[in-house]
Design a protein. Structure first.
Ligand code: FES
Length: 128
């Protein structure tokens, strides 16, 4: 009887530990909050507008869009974070209405310039 070998063990046998599946080389990753509070404030419309704008500008194939349950800033929603390498900590867009999405797609995801008027400022972390 053949015993099932875990994929991790198979990888080790092949001489490397990296996962067998490859990850598509996206230029950017956008996390859109789909939590209850953001949903109440229009997150579905924001996400729909984002996907439509990415499709229209030809950026959908190089931009990964995922939803998350909560980004922890619920009362400011709809919220989204863009990770594209311009800021290793990500650019947080709070209160990102569908009317602002096109600007984020054109300026940030298209030209690599975060939209400062829409991007949240960072505050120092509280010392514990
Ligand atoms: S529900 Fe969107 S940040 Fe919490």
């Amino acid at each position: 009887m053949e015993v099932a070998i875990s994929s991790k063990k198979k990888r080790k046998e092949r001489g490397h530990d990296s996962p067998a599946a490859k990850v598509r080389d996206y230029e950017a990753h956008v996390l859109v909050c789909a939590g209850g509070d953001c949903k109440k404030r229009g997150a579905k419309d924001t996400r729909r507008a984002l996907k439509a704008a990415l499709r229209a500008s030809g950026l959908l194939g190089e931009t990964r869009v995922d939803t998350v349950d909560c980004l922890g800033l619920c009362k400011h929603g709809p919220n989204a974070v863009v990770y594209d390498g311009t800021n290793p900590k990500g650019t947080w867009y709070l209160g990102l209405d569908e009317s602002d999405v096109l600007e984020v797609v054109d300026e940030h995801l298209g030209r690599g310039t975060p939209v400062s008027r829409l991007a949240a400022e960072r505050r120092p972390r509280k010392k514990s």
